[in-house]
Design a binder for this molecule. Sequence first.
Ligand SMILES: Cc1cc2nc3c(=O)[nH]c(=O)nc-3n(C[C@H](O)[C@H](O)[C@H](O)COP(=O)(O)O)c2cc1C
Length: 403
Amino acid sequence: MTGRPPSVLLGVTGGIAAYKSAEVVRRLRDLGCEVTVAATPSALNFVGEATWAALSGRPVLTSLWQRAESVGHVSAARAADVILVAPATADFMARIAAGRSDDVLSAIVLMAKAPVVLAPAMHTEMWLNAATAANVALLRGRGMLVLEPDSGRLTGPDSGPGRLPAPESLADIAYCAAGAGPDRPLRGRRVVVTAGGTREAWDPVRWLGNRSSGRMGYAIASAAVALGAEVVVIASNVDLPDVAGALTLRAGSHAELESAVVSEAARADAVVMSAAVADFTVLAQAEKVKKTAGEAPVLHLRQTSDILAGLSRNRRQGRPLLIGFAAETASEPQVLIRLAAEKLAAKGCDIIVANDVSGSAVFGDDRASVLILDHDGPQLHLADEPKLIIGGAVCTVIAGRLG
Ligand SMILES: Cc1cc2nc3c(=O)[nH]c(=O)nc-3n(C[C@H](O)[C@H](O)[C@H](O)COP(=O)(O)O)c2cc1C
């Protein structure tokens, strides 16, 4: 990241999901990005130019001939730190795979030196068609990040793979890709990220939990997708849109999360344990505990197993790379460094990301302060940065360690 706000060229093509592009613009603007929208003629059948112009605060590029005196597609391609096409139709991908440039957006993509992220959205039959699959493989081979579409409800009552992922998440991935440059150092790597906070039930309707929102884990997962990794998110009670292009598994309790992460770790290059996992579970009652006047129920707590230490004990030849999180209340930086180093040694992991949670500053926030520390000592201190930037830094450290 250069210090100035990222400049994003958002391409919109003529799929039914074009209406969701307005939300992508909004999230990008909330992240501080400068956004220019370029739309194909077909996209204008779905959304009016005024919607994007008003939300982005900039003129919309709709034709190659619109700013001929300044050769608009050339200046737009050169100004972009990242190009996100959402939705990308089957037809558009076929055109850019063939190197065509007969509309403003395909001309921009053909010009582009910046990273290109495509979010395909279409009916399942179109997505699974051999022609589309071949175009996607070709574009990936040329270095474009083509996200897997979500599975779910399509235009009508039908459902299957082909849905546009959540607009907020597409914006997050574009933001991370803008900071990452055109190389994708996690390409070919499988990264597992746990996120959120476990809940330990003490009767059928109540639980003991914690305040983790999952934002940090989702930011790391978004950055890992942007850096080219195959990403599995193990989400524990997270109320955020799924990370675009990643596989999301749900695990509610400590026991569910342990079982999911142990199984996924076997095939992973790196496991990032950013979920807040319960240190104690409760002996749960089978029936709802009744409120009886003057009586307070007694909860019997039992210590849970240490999932990160267990992964560390059971791995072979240092794989997967293990990244732990330490949420500490530290009075000063030296205390945070000491607590993080102690945790690194106790868990036997490779990297610790320590954050100071004094005053509950971190939970649910879009920003945080962290210290990244490994066995050689503190590596990086990030103070009051967006979690997406911190996610990018963590993934860059992981990529460096994986080599
Ligand atoms: C109502 C309607 C919905 C469409 N939805 C999609 C879609 O979701 N994905 C897709 O690839 N094509 C979709 N199409 C087909 C494209 O609009 C068509 O292939 C067009 O040539 C795409 O142009 P563009 O890629 O230049 O925007 C749809 C067409 C219509 C009429």
